[in-house]
Structure formats: structure tokens, C-alpha cells
Design a protein around this ligand. Structure first.
Ligand code: GFB
Length: 325
């Protein structure tokens, strides 16, 4: 069972691994209020898939607390089409950072997983105890297996070495600075980019992948970062902790919401040749709320804010996408 054990971040050297990602950037914004020293390092200076590079950087920079927000992430298509990247990169990042954290005497580490670690047909809402009770969703099993290995590493290092390493499982996240590239993005930024384009070009339709029937729970990245800081400060235990909003919506209703926010008045076309993925993955956030945390940002407010951000930044977002090709 979860236990409380206050950990002060004040005056600590706190490394946000993956500070350019959706959650990492939100963590950097959130930690600004904690009077700690925030450490970051880019991919060019420290490739987290290389153990010697990770250990050398951590030895030189001596973080006391670590958020492992670095990961290869992507939507259903990216997961399904690049299985080797998703399993290898995420396994290496987890193993290298966790082992180097032990060797360099990190006081506290929070490993970020994902709710896709749970069985495809886990009872809803998905409780933490569903882990490893059934087969995974095939489209993202590679990513899920790597994340399960990360959880088990954190638990094993707790047991064998007494390290204060914990793991949190966030639901589907979104927010400003997300990946809007349709080839690799998750559904919410994809819908924002598609609806924006349709309005801009006066298109009659917006294409939605799959049947529109799958249900997803969404949490704003700023809420997620707030929950992760709360866990870092207030939770110490082997049990994993779900991080979610309780706001579940069908993909079709999400698409209608995004189109309403964008002012798109055309039709939605569902491409059932594309995969639906897992039918439903609502999480039980009882453990997190029992620790005194609640979400604050409603889905509608979060979508409006993210849409506004995309509209303001779309030129630089598109430039980055072209550079990435
Ligand atoms: O967000 P998403 O790519 O990933 O897709 P998952 C969610 C649902 O939205 C699926 C549908 O049913 C998609 O078919 N969808 C509709 C779309 N239109 C689109 C579109 O234009 N783009 C995308 N991407 N989807 C991911 C995992 O699963 O969830 C990751 O693959 C991770 O590993 C993440 O765990 C949180 O929710 O299906």
C-alpha cells in the first residue's frame, strides 16, 4: 500500500530527464515554484541510450532528485510501425538512468510509465493491481513491455539497494508544446492540427482514424507535472501510482469538441482501415487522490488552450516537422 514520506525539493539539485518533451517541459515550468536547482541536458550532450554517457553526466552534475520523463513516445501509428525503436530506446533509457542513479547516490527518483502497461481488456477503471494480469494491446506492446521493465527496475532497486525510486503511470497526456506531426502524434494534437488545416483551407471534411468508438482519458501535461511533483514530495513506496483526470471521452466526441473549438463546420469521416487500439483505458486514480492530489484543468479548457497555442506557434511547429523529415 502507498505510504507517505515527505521529501523536500527545496535547495535540491533536480534533474528533469527529457526536459524538451511534453511532460518534461511541464515539469520544468512546475518546478520553478519549488526553489530547487533544475538540471537539464540535451540529447547531443548526453544520449540516454548510452550507459557511459549517462553515468559520466550524472557523476559530473550530481542530481539529488530525478524525474525520468525521457522516453521515445508516439501515437498508435508510430508505436505500431517502429516497434524496435520503441522497445530498445525505452529499455535503454530506463536501465541506464536507474542504474546510474544508484551508482551516483540519487536520493529520490520518479520513473514515468504509461497506462498502456495494463492488459488490453483490464477491468475499468484500471487499478494498479491489474499489472501483468493479462495480454497487452498489440499496437503498443513494445512500448508497454519497456515501461513494465522500468517499473520492475525501480522496484528491484528499492528491494535490493534500498533506493527511494518510485513509479507513476500517467494516462493519455496533451498540452502546449505537444507533437503535432501526424506521422507520430497522439490523437489530440493530431485532431487539433487537422481541424486547424481544414478551417484554413475551407475543407469539407476532417478524417478521423478508426471507428471513433474507443474511449480515452485525457490529462493536461501541467496537471500531470503537478501530480508528479506531489508524488515526489509525498509518496515513497514500491506500488505504482496511476495519474489521471477521470475525464473519459470517445474519440468521436473528442473530435467534435476539437472541431467546435476550431470553428470547423464540415463533416467528420471515419477511416475504419486505421486501428482503434485498445477499446477503453480509464484509470482508477484512488491511490493518487488518497495522497491529496486532484486534477484542475477540464478537458474543454485544456483543448481551448492547446488549440490557441498551436494557432500561435504553427509556423515554428511546421518548420520543425520539415527539419525532422
Ligand atoms: O492517441 P493515440 O495515437 O494512441 O490514438 P493510443 C488514440 C485513438 O485515437 C485511436 C484514434 O483509436 C486512434 O485510432 N485516432 C483518430 C487517431 N484519429 C487519429 C489521428 O489522427 N491520430 C492518432 N494518433 N490517432 C497510445 C500508445 O495509444 O497511447 C502509446 O500507442 C501511449 O504507447 C499512449 O501509451 C498514451 O491511446 O491508442
Amino acid at each position: 500500500m502507498p505510504t507517505n514520506s515527505p521529501y523536500a525539493l527545496q535547495n535540491k539539485r533536480v534533474w528533469v530527464a527529457g526536459h524538451r518533451g511534453l511532460v518534461g517541459a511541464a515539469l520544468v515550468r512546475r518546478l520553478a515554484a519549488e526553489q530547487c536547482e533544475i538540471l537539464t541536458v540535451g540529447h547531443v550532450d548526453c544520449d540516454l541510450r548510452q550507459a557511459p554517457a549517462v553515468e559520466a553526466w550524472m557523476t559530473a552534475n550530481r542530481p539529488q532528485a530525478v524525474f525520468v520523463a525521457a522516453a521515445r513516445v508516439g501515437g498508435i501509428y508510430a508505436n505500431d510501425s517502429r516497434p524496435a525503436d520503441f522497445i530498445y530506446d525505452n529499455l535503454m533509457i530506463a536501465a541506464n538512468v536507474i542504474e546510474a542513479a544508484r551508482r551516483t547516490g540519487v536520493e529520490k527518483l520518479l520513473f514515468l510509465g504509461s497506462t498502456c502497461i495494463y492488459p488490453r481488456l483490464a477491468p475499468q477503471p484500471m487499478h494498479e493491481d491489474s499489472l501483468l494480469t493479462g495480454p497487452l494491446e498489440p499496437t503498443n506492446q513494445w512500448y508497454a513491455v519497456a515501461k513494465i521493465a522500468g517499473i520492475k527496475l525501480a522496484q528491484a532497486y528499492r528491494r535490493q539497494h534500498g533506493c527511494d525510486f518510485i513509479s507513476a503511470m500517467p494516462t493519455n497526456l496533451y498540452g502546449t508544446g505537444d507533437n503535432f506531426d501526424l506521422r507520430s502524434s497522439h490523437v489530440l494534437p493530431a485532431l487539433i492540427a487537422k481541424a486547424y488545416d481544414a478551417v484554413e483551407h475551407d475543407a469539407p471534411t476532417v478524417e478521423i482514424w478508426g471507428s471513433g468508438r474507443p474511449l480515452r482519458e485525457f490529462l493536461h501535461a501541467d496537471d500531470c507535472a503537478d501530480a508528479l511533483v506531489h508524488l515526489m514530495k509525498n509518496y515513497s513506496g514500491e506500488d505504482i501510482v496511476n495519474v489521471g483526470s477521470g475525464q473519459e471521452v470517445s474519440i468521436a466526441d473528442l473530435a467534435y469538441l476539437v472541431c467546435r473549438v476550431a470553428g470547423f463546420r464540415g463533416r467528420l469521416v471515419f477511416d475504419t482501415g486505421k486501428p482503434d487500439g485498445t477499446p477503453r483505458k480509464r484509470v482508477d486514480i484512488g491511490r493518487l487522490t488518497a495522497l491529496g492530489w486532484q486534477p484542475h484543468i477540464t478537458l474543454e479548457d485544456g483543448v481551448r488552450e492547446t488549440y490557441r497555442w498551436y494557432a500561435e506557434h504553427r509556423r515554428s511547429v511546421r518548420r520543425q516537422q520539415l527539419e525532422a523529415v
